[in-house]
Structures are given as C-alpha cells and as structure tokens.
Design a protein around this ligand. Structure first.
Ligand code: GAL
Length: 432
C-alpha cells in the first residue's frame, strides 16, 4: 500500500469510527430522552390522589427531633392511621445543623437527629411509611435555617440519598422575593430549579410547593414538577379570620381562598389549603385560640370535599377519642381520595348556610351542607337546587353517622349546629 492509499484508508477508518460513535451517541441520547420522558410521565402521576400524612410544624415547630418522629411513625401504625391512608411523615423547618462551608453539603442538627437522617428514613420506611423533609427556595428557610437557593442539585441529591419521598419547599428569603417586577417569574424559576434537580436524582419524590398563593402557583405548579401547591398562608387553630388578614388565617378563610380554583386540581396536582388543625386544641407551635370538635370535624369534611391533601398537624401521640374519630373516618377519607380526583365546588349559599357538591366515581356524588353561622340552622333542598338531575333517584348515606338516611324523593333536609358540616354520599337507587 502506498503512503497515499494508507492515509486515505486510515482517514476512512477514522471516519467510519467517528460515524459509528456519533450514531451510538445519538442512539444513547434518544434512549435517555425516552427514558426521561417515561420518568416525567411517572413523575406527573406520583400523586394520583391527594397526599396524606403528618407534618411536624403545627405541633412541634422548632423542637422537631428524631425521637418525636419515631414516636409519630409508631403511632401512625398503631392507631390505624397508616391503614386509613396517612403515609408521609414529614419533618418541617428546623431540622438543620448547617451547611458545610467546604463541601456545600447540608447536615442535620446532631443534637436533634443523633442517628442521622438516613437512619430515621430507614426507620420510617421499615414501618411501610414514607419520609418527607422541608427546604426553601431562598437563601434561608422561614426559620432562618440554610435555604436551597443555588444548591438545588446538591440538596436534591442529598435528599434522594437519605431516602426522602416528599419535599415541602417554602418561599422565604428569595432574593427578589419583594420586588414587584420579576417576582412572579422568579418564583417559577426557583421552583423549577428544584423540580428539575429532584427529577434528575431519578427518585420519585412528591414535590409540595409552599409559595402560599400570592403568585398563583396553581397556574404553573405542574409545569415546574409540583404535585401540590399551597393556596393561602398558614391556617392556624381558629375557625375564621378577617378576609384582609394574610397570615395566619382561619379554616373558613382558607376554604374561601381555594373555592374558585377547582379547575386546577386533579390527579397528579392538587390545591393545598394547608394542614389539618384537627386535634390541636390550642396546643403546640401554632395557636389561634383553638376550635371545638364540631369545627374540627367541619375542617376535615371541607378538606375532603375540596380534594385537599390531608396532612395531620396535631401530636397524634396524644390523640383524644374525638380527634381519633375525625381523622380515622374512612367514609370521609374516601371522598377525598376518590379516583375521579375532582375538587368540590359550592353550589349555593343562603344566609350563612352553604351547599357543596363533589362528583365521585361510580355515578355517585358527595353533598356537604355547611353552617357558617354561630347559631343553629336548618335547610331543605332538592336535587335541582343542588345542581343534580331532578329525575334521578338517589339514596343518601351520612358519612359521619355511617348510615343510610331516609329522605323524601329528590330532597334532603338538615339541621346544623353552629359551624357544623354534614356530608352525604348520594348513589343511584337500586331501583334505577
Ligand atoms: C411557613 C410555612 C409553614 C411552615 C413554616 C416553617 O412559610 O407556610 O407551613 O413550613 O414556614 O418555618
């Protein structure tokens, strides 16, 4: 072979090699893109129904610790809450020890979590439960612990390595947090940065956006990888608050903030009117004066009608009978978790009395009557007023009394105590 032919042959060989290599690389990219889109699809469906669990903030606040978390996990199992669907055990703010100044890696407070987060996650997983943690899109959390701003990838990887299944992501101390100009864009970018980082770990992690609502997260929550987004500021242990109050707010003010957002909720992404205050009885980290058991039951009823995430905020290690009955009512939970995934809507209000409707699977529908007044009230309504087909024959089941109710054809009547909410599931009568 002449020198020239040798050069040509060599060139062709290198070219072939190069083509083969690029071809492979292309195929590899194609493959990883398709794997990624499969994962994206899975991700989008991680919360087919509203997530349920327990969060440390309302009861323990700054005093969160591994000892408390282990006790809570034990109690979730022992009390039957796990069987009722409460799965996520979430540590809120104040778990942090700091961020290592050389590696940039976050670490837990060694006094509160002496065995380390991974060991705690393992403990929770061994109970068949899931483990959640909290961080913030800004430079600091709302409790001024280290935030994830600029450390999204590192923190997401750390959380995944620890075995985190749920991240609540707050919005304090974002650099442009108070600037009117790009505040909205900023929130989307910051939440997307963490959403992308979580997805890149390859671990399925429920992503809970805690922006509180001022930048309409229901419009972009799914787009940034979110599965639930707060629709208002913190709900405290109180029935109501003035409508111009921002934070904290009461149960009714939170209901009002989420009422017109039904169309944004559905399998994969949920409006989050904040945690349940049921059972707090004016103890713990957030106060507010407390609610009575009728009011706690009404919060549970309305949260379920709204297809809201059900995150318990009270210390269930000290649950009384009434709290137990409210949190463990499988009939009301079934309304929340119904596979149709529709958020309920208000049908009408009359002098402080309201009727709500939530379509359910299997041609059923949940109807709630709510008395906002501080006096007794009664109401008689018919199918037409409830926006139901007047020709359909329904039988009604009372989900708090756990029994079928007798009612005149096409009509329901209720007597409600102050702040009481009664809920019925209507199903097609056998004779239909
Ligand atoms: C708030 C958030 C609360 C709690 C708290 C922790 O912004 O709404 O639910 O997480 O921060 O500092």
């Amino acid at each position: 072979m002449s020198g020239f032919t040798r050069t040509i042959a060599c060139g062709v060989f290198v070219l072939l090699l190069l083509c083969a290599f690029t071809g492979c690389a292309e195929k590899a990219t194609e493959k990883s893109t398709s794997q990624q889109s499969e994962f994206d699809k899975e991700w989008a469906q991680l919360a087919k129904t509203p997530p349920m669990g327990w969060n440390s903030w309302n009861s323990t606040g700054v005093n969160v610790s591994e000892e408390i978390l282990r006790g809570i996990a034990d109690e979730i199992v022992a009390s039957g809450l796990k069987d009722a669907g409460y799965t996520y055990v979430v540590i809120d703010d104040f778990w942090h020890g700091g961020r290592d100044s050389i590696t940039g890696i976050l670490y837990e407070d060694p006094a509160k979590f002496p065995s380390g987060m991974k060991a705690l996650a393992d403990y929770i997983h061994e109970k068949g439960l899931k483990f959640g943690i909290y961080s913030d899109a800004g430079t600091k959390t709302c409790g001024e612990m280290p935030g994830s701003y600029g450390y999204e990838e590192k923190d997401a990887q750390l959380f995944a390595d620890w075995g985190v299944d749920y991240l609540k992501y707050d919005y304090c101390f974002c650099p442009d947090y108070v600037s009117a100009n790009n505040d909205y864009r900023m929130a989307i970018d910051r939440y997307k940065a963490m959403g992308d980082a979580l997805k890149a770990t390859g671990r399925p992690i429920i992503y809970s956006l805690c922006e509180w609502g001022p930048r309409s997260p229901w419009l972009w929550g799914r787009e940034v990888g979110g599965h639930l987004w707060r629709t208002s500021y913190d709900v405290y242990d109180m029935w109501d608050s003035p409508r111009n109050a921002t934070s904290p707010i009461g149960i009714m003010a939170s209901v009002d903030a989420v009422t017109n957002l039904s169309r944004f909720a559905g399998p994969g992404g949920w409006n989050d009117p904040d945690m349940l205050v049921v059972g707090l009885n004016n103890t713990g980290n957030i106060k507010g004066g407390g609610c009575n058991d009728i009011e706690y039951r009404s919060q549970m009823s309305m949260w379920c009608m709204l297809a809201a995430p059900l995150m318990i905020g009270s210390d269930i290690r000290e649950m009384n009978e009434s709290t137990r009955t409210i949190l463990l009512n499988k009939d009301i939970i079934a309304i929340d978790q119904d596979e149709l995934g529709k958020q309920g809507f208000r049908v009408f209000r009359k002098d402080g009395m309201e009727a709500w409707q939530k379509p359910l699977s299997g041609d059923r529908v949940a109807i709630a009557f709510l008395n906002r007044n501080s006096w007794d009230g009664s109401l008689t309504t018919n199918w037409k007023e409830l926006e139901l087909d007047p020709d359909i024959r329904y039988s009604a089941y009372d989900v708090w009394e756990h029994k079928s109710v007798n009612h005149p054809e096409g009509e329901l009547s209720v007597n409600l105590k102050p702040h009481e909410c009664q809920v019925f599931v209507l199903s097609l009568s056998q004779s239909e």
